[in-house]
Design a protein around this ligand. Sequence first.
Ligand SMILES: *[C@@H]1O[C@H](CO)[C@@H](O)[C@H](O)[C@H]1NC(C)=O
Ligand SMILES: *[C@@H]1O[C@H](CO)[C@@H](O)[C@H](O)[C@H]1NC(C)=O
Length: 371
Amino acid sequence: MAEFAKPVIFVSLLFSFSCLTTVHGDQRKKEVESEQKINNNNKCDLFDGIWVYDESYPLYESSDCDFIEKQFDCSKNGRPDKFYLKYSWHPSACKLPRFNGEDLLKRMRGKSIMFVGDSLSLNQWQSLTCMLHKSVPHSQYTNLRNGLLSTFTFPEYDVKVMMSRNVFLVDLVDEKSVGRVLKLDSIEAGQFWKQFNVLIFDSWHWWLHTGRKQPWDYIQEGNQTVRDMDRLVAYEKALRTWTKWVDNNVDPSKTKVFFQAVSPDHLNGKDWGEKGSNTCEGQERPVKGKSYGGGPHPAELVVEKVLREMSNPKLVYLLNITTLSQLRKDGHPSVYGYGGHRGMDCTHWCLPGVPDTWNQILYAALINQNE
Ligand SMILES: *[C@@H]1O[C@H](CO)[C@@H](O)[C@H](O)[C@H]1NC(C)=O
Ligand SMILES: *[C@@H]1O[C@H](CO)[C@@H](O)[C@H](O)[C@H]1NC(C)=O
């Protein structure tokens, strides 16, 4: 497998950055400086900032990508308001680099990016494939689905952007005589993940499912089997199995690992202090300012703790998108996803929309890590 970092490409990009400086004058120079601030040191917290109304947004129209799934395609499903499309994320200490899909494809030549997780991961994967396609609209692509695995390919760049549906990361096994067993300490899929160059994981929402939506009959850890346990505890145990896999298997010169922090839902208006609103329906603007009434998400605290306690915490870059997404109560499909009040969706995100920002940050982190 090719080495991840390509010093030659990086040098030429630095060179083109400095050319741009002279071409576009002071404004561009300032932008390049703040972009380089990210590139040259890790001081800037990309996750601490505010949403700003921005006429130049969105980065694409949903009609640019006819492969966006119905559940995310809010404008096609008739969402009438447009403000939610027009916000860009502004970190307090620096500027988020402009997303340059062609640059990303060139840097990734011969490599593959894989998302592993649930439908929030699918949401981010669809956003990224659309952002990339929009950057090189005349370059051919293929978009194939094979069971739980989706593969979006840009043959001209020899880049694959994949999505593997795996909602718990640890194993869920159907054992004929027993039932469906969720094994908190077993992670067979890890064998498959090792070959990829960029891995972006997520897992949370399925840990909350009960009743008919709960896909297991038993939870197993070692030789202990139980019917149920505190879901945050189960989540923590599974995440520890995952971080142990990362610690023991990931070679950082070949593979960059990201974890998409908890994507918040907005099913309860109490969190943002609006009386009488218990869905995200009708929300047209983000929460103003930097903080969100509800405080930190309990699952987010588990993720942070488990990552901190890794043998090598540097192996995982946390896409710490929880707070910035909490501010976007306006970004969900609500009745413009699968449609109507029975399909009320305050969990996923419209595309274009919030996951585009997650991918801008992913891009910033990738070009930074590539140095
Ligand atoms: C994630 O971002 C929030 C909001 O900026 C911050 O409070 C928290 O400390 C961050 N977590 C980590 C692990 O950086
Ligand atoms: C269950 O696992 C524990 C710890 O790994 C071990 O000490 C114990 O002997 C095991 N019990 C059985 C019945 O296998």
